[in-house]
Design a protein around this ligand. Structure first.
Ligand code: RB5
Length: 153
């Protein structure tokens, strides 16, 4: 498995911890985030991880900023991305099982590193259930692709 990881200046240490956590599981991790001191605009990492995921170059992505919000907003502007901000493992798991999330995001100012590892673990281990959830995910992608939703007409 290959994942991309990205972060801003708030989340450098947590990014390193999560990258090491993933690599210890034998997962290849492409780091596109910042490791340098100084402010770093989170949309850059959100965009880069989003593109890697949407192109299929990686199997999924992890994004971390202060809250997880800004970086997920940026990633979700890339076509094909379904990035979910989750501050606990249950939502992370369900974001894959029901929403087929392909990027998980969280905030280094919101969760501690051990909770972040649990979030990532649950997300990694979950599988999309398809079925009725596929129809709803298809609707989300219809909104992205057409800016319309037949079912709402
Ligand atoms: C940076 O100060 C902060 O705005 C960023 O890390 C993130 O929380 C944005 O959503």
């Amino acid at each position: 498995m290959k994942l991309a990881i990205g972060n801003d200046h708030v989340a450098i240490e947590m990014k390193k911890e999560i990258q090491a956590f993933l690599e210890a599981k034998g997962i290849e991790v492409i780091n596109v985030g910042t490791d340098e001191p100084g402010r770093f605009d989170y949309p850059i990492s959100g965009y880069k991880v989003g593109k890697l995921v949407a192109s299929g170059e990686v199997d999924g992505g992890v994004l971390i900023c202060g809250t997880g919000v800004g970086i997920s907003l940026a990633a979700n502007k890339v076509d094909g991305v379904r990035c979910c901000v989750c501050s606990e493992p249950y939502s992370a798991k369900l974001s894959k099982m029901h929403n087929n999330s392909n990027i998980i995001a969280f905030g280094a100012r919101v969760v501690g590193v051990e909770l972040a590892k649990m979030i990532v673990e649950e997300w990694l281990n979950a599988e999309f259930e398809g079925g009725r959830h596929q129809r709803r995910v298809d609707m989300i992608m219809e909104i992205q692709d057409t800016q319309e939703l037949e079912a709402a007409k």
